[in-house]
Ligand binder design. Structure first.
Ligand code: COA
Length: 318
């Protein structure tokens, strides 16, 4: 037993920041950002917090799946930019939507939503959990350094959610972690201990862009290839690919390597939202659902990569 997706939901802040807006803050241009990343705008929180965005996305997903908050058996959240370290985002959402089930967070950076799906599948497989709410929610604008032009142009805020129930539509997954903090990291608080003399922390996103790019362009097709082989599915059978939306060029490079999947099957909304980290995959899935793009029986590959370094892919039958 695995799961089926009963409904999806979303929240994105109203405030839209364009590349031209960013050019007033740092030394960049619409032309540079568009050609290097494909991003034109991002939605940025003005008074919303990650937990409010997560709760709105959760309410939306519950309404669209016809499930009441009281029926939930588990809430799982993924974030690197939650309101607090303690309590976790899932606990805040639980109270906000009026649920009473267990709730906890998971951190796997931009790959986290697929780790959530894997975790939910494992819980549902025990037979003790039926309805599981999974949410990726990020207020990345809180954790980027707005003076660093190489990172602040990339990220956006938002939340995406899914309500999962017992079913057989999660067909397989492939998850890889190459542990290390050299390429991509975000430190915790600097601390004020009078006894500590070790390295100082810088609690904002720090990234070696070109190393991340090289990693992603190899890892995404590698992960999808391994997943399909493991599931005995040909590339030509795949109906849609939902990749983590970090950079249009990364997705296009992955598509070029996966020659059996036509490039138009790689769906994108990065131009509007930028990289919303753990929220990017559920936001895109929700958008495609609303457009009526997915049909019953469609084979959908989801693939992500991020800090860890991690890379993941899973196969879902719609
Ligand atoms: N505007 C203008 N110039 C910028 C800039 C910006 N916003 N950011 C960096 N530059 C400059 C650099 O300073 C560098 O200048 P230099 O040659 O004088 O030193 C030049 O542009 C080229 O930088 P480079 O890093 O080689 O560009 P790139 O083509 O690799 O693109 C990224 C940079 C960040 C867009 C790209 O590496 C990338 O997308 N990496 C992956 C990031 C990612 O996916 N992160 C999330 C992981 S989940």
């Amino acid at each position: 037993m695995s799961f089926q997706i009963l409904g999806t939901g979303r929240y994105v802040p109203e405030h839209v920041v364009t590349n031209d807006d960013l050019a007033k803050l740092v030394d960049t241009s619409d032309e540079w950002i568009t050609t290097r990343t494909g991003i034109k705008t991002r939605h940025i929180a003005t008074d919303e917090t990650a937990s409010q965005m997560a709760a709105e996305a959760a309410r939306d997903a519950l309404a669209r799946s016809g499930v009441r908050a009281e029926e939930l058996d588990l809430i799982l959240c993924a974030t690197v930019s939650g309101d607090y370290i303690v309590p976790g985002l899932a606990c805040l959402v639980q109270r906000e939507i009026g649920a009473s089930c267990p709730a906890f967070d998971l951190n796997a950076a931009c790959s986290a939503f697929l780790f959530l799906l894997e975790t939910a599948a494992a819980y549902i497989s025990t037979g003790r959990y039926d309805k599981v709410l999974v949410i990726g929610a990020e207020q990345m604008s809180r954790v980027v350094d707005w003076t660093d032009r190489s990172t602040c142009i990339l990220f956006g805020d938002g939340a995406g959610a899914m309500v999962l129930g017992k079913g057989d539509n999660y067909l397989g997954s492939h998850l890889t972690v190459r542990g290390g903090d050299e390429v991509l990291r975000m430190d915790t608080l600097p601390g004020i201990s009078p006894f500590y003399t070790g390295p100082k922390s810088h609690p904002y996103v720090q990234m070696n862009g070109s190393e991340t790019y090289k990693f992603a362009t190899r890892a995404v097709p590698g992960e999808i290839g391994a997943l399909l082989e493991q599931c005995g599915v040909e590339q030509s059978q795949v109906d849609w690919v939902i990749c983590h939306q970090a950079n249009r060029r990364i997705i296009e490079a992955a598509a070029r390597r996966l020659k059996g999947i036509p490039s138009e099957k790689f769906l994108m909304n990065i131009q509007e939202y930028g990289n919303t980290s753990a929220a990017s995959i559920p936001l895109l899935v929700d958008e495609c659902c609303r457009k009526g793009l997915f049909h019953e029986g469609d084979l959908i590959v989801m693939a992500a990569f991020g800090g860890g370094l991690s890379s993941t892919a899973c196969l879902v039958r719609w």
